[in-house]
Design a binder for this molecule. Sequence first.
Ligand code: ATP
Ligand code: MG
Length: 744
Amino acid sequence: MNRLLDDLNRAQRLAVVSPSLALQVLAPPGSGKTKTLTARVSYLIAERGLKPWNIVVCTFTVKAAREMKERIKDLVGDGLEKKLVLGTFHSVARRFLVSYGHLIGIEKNFGIADMSDSRAIITRIIKRQGFSIEPGSAGARISSLKAKSVSAEQYGVTRKAAEQEFSIVYAEYEEALRTSNLLDYDDLLLRCALLLRQHPQCVSNIEAVLIDEFQDTNSVQFELMCLFSQFKKNVTIVGDPDQSIYGWRNAEIKNLERMEKRFPGTDVIHLEENYRSAGAILQSAQQIIEQDESRPTKALKPTFGIGDRPVLRKLPTADAEAKWLVAEIRRTQALSAELLKPNDFAILLRSAAVSRHIESALGNSGIPYRMVGGTKFFDRIEVKMVLDYLRVINQPDHNDALLRIINVPTRGVGDVTVKGLIDEAEKKGSTLWNIVLNIVQGKARSNTKLSTQGLKGLTDFVNLVLTGQKKITGTGDQQASPFELVEYLIKKLDLSKFLQKKYPDDYETRWANIEELKAQTADLTAAMAQGKQFIEEEVLPDIEGLEQRLINANEDALTVFLANIALSSEAQRKQEENPDETQQHVTISTIHAAKGLEWPVVFIPACYEGSIPHSRADDIDEERRLLYVGMTRAQALLYLSCPNKNSQSGETTMSHFLTQRGIEAFFETQGPKLYDDAVVELARTLRRDQPALQQLIKARSTYETPEDSHWPIDGTFPKSENTRWDQGREIESKEGIYANKRRR
Ligand code: ATP
Ligand code: MG
């Protein structure tokens, strides 16, 4: 018990042991909300005797999920932690659907349509119908209707003629998912809610429900939370209204009030101290969030010393900005290669679209990096191609995956033939796979004309898929793992040669992606083999009259593997799963995907009007909160920057969030405050623990900017002869810089 509460402050402990059935922990960034939630889960198991499989936890990041598991393992012993019903809303919903979906007519081996699948289906429908609506906005509208539980039929009957196009797209989209036995992200949540409403006994065992990042739950997720907890009504949520950044995905900040109404007697606990960031970082972040006058005043209270003011820089061009940023990473790294590792750096972007310059600058300098939340690894053409083969092997009804690969590599099945196949499938109300199979096996007459070469190509294709299927349905040692299947495909498709021919210029990169895919498949295969050992009878309630099914237990490895991939963009799986030293990399992430995380050094480039706030955003306050979330990810050093010109729109103006009156006093605008000794010191300390970081920031409280704060953009930096430290001085005495800036 003591161990459990050891490193928590008083308010955090209160929250952990609170006997309240309904509890809200509301607190600013870095105040230990996720840590507290983790401790409460452990406490419920270790002290209150709850069984992990009776606890539902929805976390936003895999990091939080992993920490939670580690702690529980620590406290209550190996194995139990794996039995928590733990994951993102989507993955938890999926688990219920796999186990009990048959009760509402969902076929067991359903696949998941991720964002790009959905987009492809919608685009295809629009093209075929000759409509002029934009696929992206149609997709967003469908999603938002689904979030409000408005079905295609309901929508269709109430619409005027002008809306007809969209309502046809919506209806056909739903139909396409149905025939391919796919659920999209929204469906996972909605169908799970439907299931739990109609068959509440599926959650009769759930004793506690805990939700992280509650400010970003939408109304369906809120509904799910209520449904999970319908028997014991034991709910803990943690969140921060100032960090609500998913309005565009129909998150509803009103859920806090709704919770109080739904769960009378909800207790609220506030946490105050920030354990993440240096004081100067918090002060600058506070300046941003306070520009929203409508929000209640809340101060960020540092537990660290003041540290260095964040750097705010203007650079001539986006290219120069990228070079400057990379030079700064190199400089700090060169000084401290042993101590400050690539993993300690993050570059956070409002939109992944501006990453090009930065990626190429990092690439040129040989700094390893990884993109999160941008073009996903699994969406890269060559990776997606292999995955599409896996999808079709797993689920031949997956029309869209099949369409993408039917003639890749080229096998003489041209566009006209493909169109013929699609028409025929539609006419006969059949799936593409069945049409193709019939043609190859000569079982039914087909109107689709094929050249000899085309027929041979299709036959090869069908054989490849059928052999793959045999491999996964084999028993015992005969059964191929996803990893073995990937190897089989690479060989069968002669992928290396295909990529060499098709992409002579960047073959190496593409092949490296395939290697990476192999490595990831191997990892996942191993993890799944391990996980299976822990699936036991007790995981789900024994419901009378229901066949008792085990979570994942009856699924084959390939289905689980593909579901993991489909859900991974939601959970940023890859980025956090390999913190080990050999996989060191600088993280490039969207700010959205960085929620809940922290890094010693954070860069936020491209801070100009149109980027942040984004030109297409309609909620300025949300854009401001986004910048706030980004800034509060930094522990010790924060750099914001803005190019005078960008490649798309030419001249830029710095984000108005950063040009408010008086704000410059909170930033270092002239040059770097960090010089060599300081960097070494900082790096050394970062490798130790949090208190050491605190010591360091305190020690560095103030030191003067050298006169020559020249900061060239070509990557050469001044030596540090004139670094001076003034230990222990209070912030107010620092030439009055902060003295008159405290507001309210
Ligand atoms: P966010 O709003 O960004 O999600 P959060 O409130 O969830 O932030 P955590 O991520 O839980 O904050 O904690 C931030 C950092 O502070 C973590 O490194 C955590 O380990 C540390 N921390 C939290 N509470 C304490 C404490 N009482 N003592 C020492 N360190 C703490
Ligand atoms: Mg958190």
